[in-house]
Ligand binder design. Structure first.
Ligand code: GAR
Length: 209
């Protein structure tokens, strides 16, 4: 991909504490994502810890409250914000909302999400608890492209961990989160490199990877 391409300008969309956002920010600061920068952090929730963290880091940040608004209206405002910051890649990081078709269409194959399960198992809320309660022996996380369905688009990468006898849902979530923080950086690096194709649902790395 052309280095001048705006795909390297990232937006982070979040609703909560923002640990995945901070992991991405750390990766950029420490040189693991040399051709990426965070153009803007957007939260739909006023008291999201991740929004405050963005402010503390001096990053452009924006609160666009979703509660009580039609999805299309809210998403239109988010799209305008993303375009004004010349964003090329939208990274959902604990952004607990489905995106409207208009949002998906505005950034085709340029919206990615992290989910704390090995999709297609356990989409939706509290995926780690769903997996633990189901009794799986292997859990993990998935980074995937976003489409209009919940936790559904083509998979970029997954990381798996064993479920230990000593685990409870909390400890399992904590260990998955460690994997998430590494997986998100790795997935962004692959997207930013441009060295991939999407064939149907398959994310296929090209020569350099
Ligand atoms: C993460 O575990 C992320 O995978 C999950 O929300 C958490 C956000 O944590 N996302 C989803 O469940 C999306 N369906 P963070 O705010 O510390 O990054």
């Amino acid at each position: 991909m052309d280095p001048a391409n705006k795909a390297h300008r990232l937006a982070i969309l979040l609703s909560g504490r923002g640990s995945n956002f901070l992991a991405i920010a750390n990766s950029i600061r420490e040189g693991r994502l040399p051709s990426a920068e965070i153009a803007v952090v957007i939260s739909n929730v006023a008291d999201a810890g991740g929004l405050q963290a963005a402010a503390d880091l001096g990053l452009p940040h924006q609160l666009i409250v979703s509660k009580g608004r039609p999805r299309a209206d809210h998403d239109a405002e988010v799209i305008t914000c993303l375009q004004s910051h010349r964003v090329g890649l939208v990274c959902l990081a604990g952004y607990m909302r489905l995106l409207s078709p208009e949002f998906i269409a505005a950034f085709p194959n340029k919206i990615i999400n992290i989910h704390p399960s090995l999709l297609p198992a356990f989409p939706g809320l509290e995926a780690q608890r769903q997996a633990f309660d189901y009794g799986v022996k292997v859990a993990g996380c998935t980074v995937h492209f976003v489409d209009e369905h919940l936790d559904h688009g083509p998979i970029i990468l997954q990381r798996a961990i064993p479920v230990l006898e000593s685990d409870d849902a909390h400890s399992l979530s904590q260990r998955i989160l460690v994997e998430e923080h590494q997986a998100y950086t790795e997935a962004i690096a692959r997207i930013v490199s441009g060295d991939y194709e999407i064939r149907g649902r398959r994310f296929v790395p090209c020569t350099k990877l």
